[in-house]
Design a protein around this ligand. Structure first.
Ligand code: GDP
Ligand code: FE
Ligand code: FE
Ligand code: FE
Length: 196
């Protein structure tokens, strides 16, 4: 894929090299599979801006392997919502990770940064780019969990139904292990899954 430097000051190979440097091999390979799946969705949905989809997919887990101390420093230094300090890597790598992507990779496109911010919890309102990254992350070819083939089919037929499927199943999974539920996860569930 040819980059025009609209979203990243370098070519595709240069951005891939940044991710290879930031991540372990297994997560770097996940990121490449998310990019492939996201571009598949973009083509399927008639989304024109492949470059924006590619950059969002490549950077979505950029901060995933950073230490708790680094995330805490950024939350304090950039005056992010102090409640974030009560959470952990699962929530930080998207919301706080977007700040690191902005500051360290000079990716300033708000649509890309929002897709990163929303990729773990989803959100009440999601753009097509947000949905593509949220779903590609969940059903990339390396993922294996009960129902993965069903959600792949559902998502290719209707991406909104895929978003609802993931949101419902993730909340069930988190509750089954009595994990702390981030409030936005519940707001996403109410918007996409719950019936009045
Ligand atoms: P990954 O970064 O590619 O592994 O995928 P995600 O960023 O989508 O998710 C990271 C982890 O966060 C997964 O294990 C999710 O199940 C988990 N997660 C999603 N929502 C919540 C939440 O509300 N609370 C907690 N504790 N974990 C969550
Ligand atoms: Fe992630
Ligand atoms: Fe995700
Ligand atoms: Fe991911």
């Amino acid at each position: 894929i040819e980059y025009s430097n609209r979203y990243f000051a370098g070519n595709h190979e240069a951005l891939v090299a940044k991710l290879r440097g930031a991540l372990s091999d297994f997560r770097f390979e996940h990121v490449l599979r998310v990019e492939a799946k996201a571009l598949e969705f973009a083509e399927h949905l008639g989304v024109k801006d492949f470059e924006q989809v590619s950059v969002a997919a490549l950077v979505h887990d950029y901060a995933k392997e950073r230490s708790a101390e680094e995330f805490q420093q950024v939350i304090v230094a950039k005056h992010l919502d102090p409640d974030l300090l009560n959470w952990g890597n699962a929530i930080w790598h998207g919301v706080v990770g977007a700040e690191m992507i902005h500051d360290e990779l000079q990716v300033t496109d708000e649509d890309i940064l929002n897709a990163v911010r929303r990729h773990t919890t989803g959100d009440v309102f999601m753009t097509t780019l947000d949905k593509i990254i949220y779903m590609a992350d969940y059903i990339e070819d390396g993922r294996d969990f009960p129902g993965v083939d069903e959600v792949r089919e559902v998502t290719f037929n209707n991406i909104d139904e895929g978003v609802a499927w993931q949101t419902g199943h993730t909340l069930n999974y988190l509750m089954a292990k009595q994990a702390l539920i981030y409030p936005k996860t519940i707001l996403t569930y109410n918007a996409w899954v719950a019936q009045k």
